[in-house]
Design a protein around this ligand. Structure first.
Ligand SMILES: NC(=O)c1ccc[n+]([C@@H]2O[C@H](COP(=O)([O-])OP(=O)(O)OC[C@H]3O[C@@H](n4cnc5c(N)ncnc54)[C@H](O)[C@@H]3O)[C@@H](O)[C@H]2O)c1
Length: 251
């Protein structure tokens, strides 16, 4: 990818699943990678793998739901590894519960991680990017935010909110040289999906419904993330792209 080598990119939730695959690919492309995760051991293992492969990476224990931890983390990452050019808002969480059976504690947790967290990180990082007049942001949203997903009502609302946030902010900061786009994965084999579907019934039904006849794998997404962070995507902002084996097809 053009223009990625030597650029500093931050990935939230980079210790597992899709985020881990994105971090490793960014390392291969020559990016300097910072990883924010609640689980420092997993994030450090990913950073070590990037370093063993000849790259540069650091892991930070940051809970994205805490505005204070995010501000300290961004300051530390920039002091350690230089100004941030890229941000990948990837961290997310859910448990499947029908809306009418769900409780406010569950709504609060889902909203804190999937909506307030990306808002915290984006505000902190884009403020710095705007001062420098350049930057790229990619949100890992979900097709749940475009077409809905049974048992994931509040999560879907958060992902729809992220898509709207990206479009609005893309308009506000375009003149500061910053682009923001969303990637919507379809159902993907990661710990998050295992927790949503412990008996595997949903997965079996999904495999039959997906035109490409398989679930997503974490490695299905880093190529598009790298493209959106690269020079080749310089004229692209406020867009939402589904990568879901054809499960959803948007005009
Ligand atoms: N797996 C899927 O089927 C699927 C489908 C569509 C979208 N997504 C989205 O992709 C993204 C990655 O999901 P995944 O499946 O790889 O999940 P995962 O559970 O494998 O990884 C999520 C990572 O985020 C971290 N994290 C969670 N809460 C955090 C917080 N408050 N602060 C910092 N880090 C935190 C976790 O520790 C973990 O390392 C999420 O935004 C998710 O909503 C996943």
């Amino acid at each position: 990818m053009r223009g990625l080598a030597g650029k500093h990119a931050l990935v939230t939730g980079g210790g597992s699943g899709i985020g881990e695959a994105i971090c490793k690919r960014l390392g291969e492309e020559g990016c300097i990678v910072s990883i924010f995760d609640l689980d420092l051991d997993s994030a450090a293992t990913v950073a070590d793998a990037i370093i063993s492969n000849g790259g540069q990476a650091r892991a930070y224990k940051v809970d994205i739901t805490s505005r204070q931890q995010v501000e300290i983390g961004v300051e530390l990452a920039e002091a350690d590894q230089g100004p941030l050019f890229g941000l990948v808002n990837n961290a997310g969480w859910d448990r499947a519960i029908p809306f009418l059976d769900s409780e406010p504690d569950h709504w609060d947790k889902v909203i804190d991680i999937n909506l307030k967290g990306p808002v915290n990180v984006t505000h902190a990082v884009v403020t710095e990017m705007a001062e420098r007049g350049e930057g790229r942001v990619v949100f890992i949203a979900s097709d749940a935010g475009r077409v809905g997903s049974s048992g994931e009502s509040v999560y879907s609302a958060c992902k729809g909110g992220i898509i709207a946030l990206a479009k609005t902010l893309a308009r506000e900061v375009a003149r500061s040289g910053i682009t923001l786009n969303c990637l919507c994965p379809g159902p993907t084999e990661t710990p998050l999906l295992e927790n949503l579907d412990p008996d595997g019934k949903l997965v079996d039904a999904l495999k039959r419904a997906i035109p490409l006849r398989r679930l997503g794998q974490p490695d299905d997404y880093p190529g598009l993330v790298c493209f959106l962070l690269s020079d080749d995507a310089a004229y692209m902002t406020g867009q939402t792209i589904s990568v879901s084996g054809g499960l959803t097809m948007h005009s």
